[in-house]
Design a protein around this ligand. Structure first.
Ligand SMILES: Cc1cc2nc3c(=O)[nH]c(=O)nc-3n(C[C@H](O)[C@H](O)[C@H](O)COP(=O)(O)O)c2cc1C
Length: 194
């Protein structure tokens, strides 16, 4: 499989010899018996697969962040600068693609596991649309990603600085994690696992 790293304007992302799994350094708090929302965006299904496993393990509510206008298959060609994905990711940070606002009782969750694929080193803009659409002020939100190889730290930092009033916890890249590894990760976050 191709191995990718972070990106610049002219070369979205380039091959890298030793992709690193990076993570944020943050204090961990216990969130036992919490009501869990697993909200995710997925373009080609990889993040959906991880999100579905997490919802099963936590008895959480699985919620798809769905753009009003779906991303066409041409967006898979990530070296094409004319695609919607490229234009959004390299456009102004204020870009917020419209999403379907179908989440019920967003306030009723104690912890949100927030999943997305890395797009050009960062979270897709629809993830920001989701966070803008509901108030997670004071809630615990844990980002998780899937990617070709890029780690989570740059995407997580951008989210953290855009939404200061959320209690962000350490995220992770979940590609190819076994069920046991997912369980350990959830337990390290203080989340009760089935
Ligand atoms: C538009 C676009 C940009 C991408 N940018 C990156 C990137 O910067 N780094 C990376 O490792 N993978 C990148 N990828 C690969 C995806 O992050 C990876 O395939 C992910 O697991 C797809 O998740 P999904 O199936 O849930 O959409 C990109 C994919 C697309 C379509």
């Amino acid at each position: 499989m191709a191995v990718f790293t972070g990106c610049g304007k002219d070369q979205p992302y380039a091959p890298q010899e030793n992709p690193q799994e990076d993570s944020q350094e943050e204090a961990q708090t216990q969130v036992k018996d919490a009501k869990v929302l697993v909200a995710f965006f997925s373009f080609t299904g990889t993040t959906k697969s991880a999100a579905t496993k997490l919802a099963g393990l936590t008895d959480g509510t699985l919620y798809l962040i769905e753009p009003e206008t779906p991303y066409g298959s041409e967006n898979s060609n990530y070296y094409d600068k004319s695609t919607r994905a490229y234009q959004e990711q390299y456009g102004p940070a204020s870009v917020r693609p419209a999403i379907k606002k179908t989440l019920k009782d967003a306030d009723g969750y104690d912890i949100v596991l927030l999943g997305f694929p890395i797009w050009y080193g960062k979270a897709p803009r629809v993830v920001f649309s989701f966070l803008d659409s509901y108030s997670f002020k004071g809630k615990t939100v844990v980002p998780f990603i899937t990617s070709g190889s890029t780690g989570i730290s740059s995407a997580a930092s951008e989210l953290k600085s855009a939404y200061h009033d959320i209690s962000w916890k350490t995220g992770d890249r979940l590609n190819d994690k076994s069920t046991e590894q997912l369980k350990s990760w959830l337990e390290s976050l203080g989340i009760k696992v089935k």
